[in-house]
Write a protein that binds this ligand. Structure first.
Ligand code: FE2
Length: 411
């Protein structure tokens, strides 16, 4: 199969891509079609490695308004709404919603998802459903599962056991939520436990870290220190880290050295944290997003996630990572020309590092033939015009495309 005339990752000139047996065979400025070879001429469109959702909660997706709407829009009313919805949770219910939302993502060119799944449920219903879905949906989506203790590890009955059970069931990553634990001591011991669990079972780590406007919430320094000392390094991710927005600059200056040494990744969630943070402020009102620009300036890996899609905490979302980048560039004030042009990295190459996809990802000879084509010449244009996905190719097979002007998918 020969795909012709594609601007690969904002290149100045077009290339042709030959795919054989589900892999990129060769990529060059011009490739002669072989006898009988099928050709698709895109006539100068943008090709990117597939988009990646590096932080979402699939188990809560598509539940907004069921059974009640979050009228204040706050995190705490969201938790109340979710506790009512959680009572109705069944495996079939989770599977039906996740199937729908994965198709929404696929239509927007996403091929990899890291989902956090709440394990503060004695039955581990959602975890069981997601582990089955990971296998059932693998032809359209690579799903990575984080055992996520929504109500704490040390502060929830049998929290440690539920975490270990979820990992034994097949979770790919260990989570934690240090800022939600009852005490500073619990916060530190929950992080120690999570890191030891990851080492014991050879798993990645992704912590909901300091997702609060409290400048005294400092789980991050503990997480980064453990990542450094254990050697887990870039196998560790700090998600949200919104308290860093409120830290004083002298502290951040010291912290940044540790963060660089530790090698950990960061995930910011611009849509949801812009909406949920700063709620207790009058004016000035904090934006509550972590220091993305400063982390990048220090060479630290940062990706962007959607976090929630149409659930008690975020009443919107269509599974479009473009919307996430669009908001992220605004609230982080990264609107320079090169910032905008290269911003697809937040939902592709940077996220691939966080998910540890290695050489399974990227448009290069010998790698799996996974890529997307957008109806634009470069990502500046694609972002600004909300360009439709003309094709999402996975393993050499076209799995999805968006229908221009709608939010529907073609399969
Ligand atoms: Fe989250």
């Amino acid at each position: 199969m020969l795909y012709q005339n594609l601007y690969i990752e904002n290149a100045d000139t077009t290339s042709d891509i030959r795919v054989t047996d589900g892999k990129f065979e060769e990529i060059a400025a011009h490739l002669e079609p072989r006898e009988g070879e099928e050709c698709v001429d895109f006539g100068g469109k943008l090709a990117l490695p597939p988009f990646i959702e590096s932080h979402v909660h699939l188990d809560t997706c598509l539940t907004a308004g069921d059974p009640v709407w979050n009228m204040s829009g706050t995190l705490f009313e969201g938790i109340e709404c979710w506790s009512l919805r959680k009572e109705k949770l069944t495996k079939d219910d989770v599977k039906e919603r996740v199937n729908r939302v994965v198709r929404m993502y696929a239509a927007n060119g996403i091929q990899h998802i890291r989902t956090h799944v709440d394990v503060t449920d004695p039955k581990l219903t959602a975890m069981e459903a997601l582990i089955e879905l990971r296998e059932e949906l693998k032809d359209v989506m690579n799903i990575q599962i984080v055992a996520f203790p929504q109500e704490g590890i040390e502060s929830y009955p049998n929290g440690r056991k539920l975490m270990e059970d979820a990992v034994r069931m097949g979770a790919d990553c260990v989570g934690a939520i240090p800022h939600f634990e009852f005490t500073r001591e619990y916060s530190v011991s929950s992080l120690n436990f999570a890191m030891e669990l990851a080492e014991k079972y050879d798993k990645l780590v992704d912590v909901h870290c300091d997702e609060i406007d409290d400048e005294a919430s400092r789980g991050l320094e503990t997480l980064a220190t453990r990542a450094l000392e254990s050697g887990l390094a870039d196998r560790v991710t700090a998600s949200h880290t919104t308290a860093m927005h409120s830290y004083n600059n002298a502290y951040v200056q010291r912290l940044m050295r540790l963060l660089k040494m530790s090698g950990i990744n960061f995930v910011a969630n611009p849509l949801v944290n812009t909406h949920l943070q700063g709620r207790i402020d009058t004016y000035p009102k904090r934006r509550g997003i972590t220091r993305v620009k400063e982390l990048r300036a220090n060479g630290i890996n940062v990706s962007f996630g959607h976090d929630d899609i149409f659930d008690p905490w975020y009443p919107m979302g269509t599974g479009s990572m473009r919307d996430v980048v669009f908001m992220g560039l605004h609230v982080c004030q990264m609107m320079g020309y090169e910032d905008i042009r290269s911003s697809y990295n937040f939902i592709s190459n940077n996220a691939a590092r966080t998910l540890h996809l290695g050489d399974k990802y990227g448009i290069a000879a010998g790698r799996p033939a996974d890529f997307i084509v957008l109806d634009a010449k470069d990502y500046y244009d694609a972002l600004n015009t909300n360009a439709p996905v003309l094709a999402s190719v996975k393993g050499g097979v076209k799995i999805a495309a968006s229908i221009p002007g709608t939010k529907k998918a073609l399969f």
